[in-house]
Design a protein around this ligand. Structure first.
Ligand code: UDP
Length: 467
């Protein structure tokens, strides 16, 4: 039988945005698709090739291909937000992908690509295959992005960063201060050709055939339903939380970086602590606190008296007060660099998490049943924090100042103490409920059924092609 015969596996192209926290959940998705018998090609840029290593090692070469394409040079464009220049530059991969696809003996039946790669919608149309947008953030962020780039809502005075942006067409009609809005939209300039390219790409996410989201029904039903209504069909599949399996210690320790501390050392340290007694502090892979913010947080951790693990980035280390680690010896573990976040959150001793509310961190904490203390800094994080605190009741506001000011260390110390005490029993109870739903969703629950539905639709596409 030829490779593209009836019994050949369904082949799908996965195209993650080339950035760790976008690529990692898509590779978790790849793992699920491979386990269910699909053939997967992952398109990566050279620095991300190692991210695919563990998948390649655990599946036969016939079921996983890596398509390595170099990222085109992203020439900085004056006055254009740099990430947008990079996103736009990736469109130059259009022709190499088309050539690969057209010369493949058994090409993919669908293209699944990150929401920052909305232009692949037009490529897929040219190739005659459906495109599925992969939302690495929540359904709430997907709804927000779609609404903003389609409707172009305005604030009264864009020069006043406290002007209010209203989104009456979204569930719960949210409002945001202009400074809290993602720069991807905040910096949009109507009529500017580079920004219009970006907008056109984002609009491709509404027009596409389907959507996969790293979330689960029990967490964001209202936003998932909203997206279905907006896209005009029900091919919207929440398949999260996308996480490494519990027994995959290597994958869960890495999550896009190599741990700066041996995992066993940390786990033994945590083993000595009481259940839900340790606060974990980490602000994701990209955001760096200011010198004053680092100093204030250090003062809060010291005076709170709580047990904690604090991930301090290379660029933040110099702002730590001298002698800090000696002062907190025994109860504070400082990791300089990259932490094995998933194993830390999964440890029974970790009870609270000071987080910037990046979506991966949010999913990881909810699944582990750890109370979130929110300090959003940018991107979709203000939206996520609002969802967690106001709608889900599973988190406590820790800081509202983003990157603009220095939160009060006394107030932070009080919240740290409360987070591992009896005061926050209600929020902790809520996060434990969500944790149960998050754990069940991919194991035969709502996300598992959703993934089955997605795969079934892909099989139907393949059958149509082979008849
Ligand atoms: N992460 C980690 N160790 C670190 C910092 C981050 O393992 O020291 C992982 C974390 O577990 C999560 C991802 O990096 O999977 C961060 O993604 P998120 O969406 O939370 O935030 P971003 O980095 O995109 O701001």
């Amino acid at each position: 039988m030829a490779a593209n015969g009836d019994d050949a596996p369904v082949h799908v192209l996965l195209f993650p945005f080339p950035m760790g926290s976008h690529a990692v959940p898509m590779l978790d998705l790849a793992q699920l698709l491979l386990t269910r018998g699909l053939k997967v090609t992952v398109l990566v840029t050279p620095p991300n090739v190692p991210l695919v290593d563990s998948l390649r090692q655990s599946h036969p070469p016939s079921s996983i291909e890596t398509l390595v394409l170099p990222p085109p040079e992203a020439t900085p464009i004056p006055n254009l937000f740099r990430p947008v220049a990079f996103m736009n530059s990736l469109r130059k991969l259009h022709d190499p992908i088309r050539q690969w696809f057209q010369s493949h003996p058994s090409p993919p039946v669908a293209i699944v690509s990150d929401f920052f790669l909305g232009w692949t919608q037009y490529l897929a149309a040219e190739l005659g295959v459906p495109r599925v947008v992969f939302w690495t953030g929540g359904a709430i962020d997907a709804a927000l992005m779609n609404s903003m780039f389609r409707d172009l809502p305005k604030v009264d005075n864009p020069n006043d960063e406290n002007s209010i942006l209203s989104l009456p067409n979204l569930p719960n009609s949210p409002t945001y201060a202009w400074w809290q809005v993602s720069p991807i939209y905040q910096q949009y300039k109507e009529g500017d050709p580079n920004w219009e390219i970006k907008r056109n790409s984002m609009l491709g996410n509404i027009q596409c055939w389907g959507a996969l989201i790293n979330t689960f029904e029990e967490l964001e039903k209202v936003y998932i339903d909203h997206l279905k209504g907006e896209m005009g069909h029900d091919r919207v599949w929440p398949v999260g939380p996308l996480l490494p399996p519990e027994d995959d210690k290597a994958g869960s320790a890495k999550r896009g970086g190599a741990s700066s501390v041996p995992v066993e050392v940390l786990m033994s340290w945590l083993d000595e602590k009481r259940e839900d007694s340790v606060v974990y502090v980490c602000f994701g892979s990209r955001f760096v606190l200011s010198d004053q913010q680092v100093a204030s947080l250090a003062a809060a951790l010291e005076s709170s008296g709580v047990d904690f693990i604090w991930v301090v980035k290379e660029d933040e280390v110099r702002s730590m007060p001298g002698g800090f680690e000696d002062l907190v010896a025994g109860r504070g573990f400082v990791i300089k660099g990259w932490a094995p976040q998933v194993p830390i959150l999964r440890h029974r001793a970790v009870g609270a998490f000071v987080t910037h509310c990046g979506w991966n961190s949010t999913m990881e904490a909810i699944t582990a049943g750890v109370l979130l203390l929110t300090w959003p800094l940018g991107a979709d994080q203000f939206t996520n924090a609002k969802l967690l605190v106001d709608e889900l009741g599973a988190a406590v506001r820790f800081s509202e100042v983003g990157t603009r000011a220095v939160p009060d260390s006394g107030e932070m110390a009080r919240l740290l103490k409360e987070s591992v005490g009896a005061e926050r029993a209600e929020e902790r109870g809520r996060v434990k409920e969500l944790s149960k739903a998050a754990s069940e969703a991919p194991k035969g629950g709502s996300s598992s059924r959703s993934l089955d539905g997605f795969i079934q639709r892909l099989r139907e596409l393949k059958n149509v092609k082979s008849t």
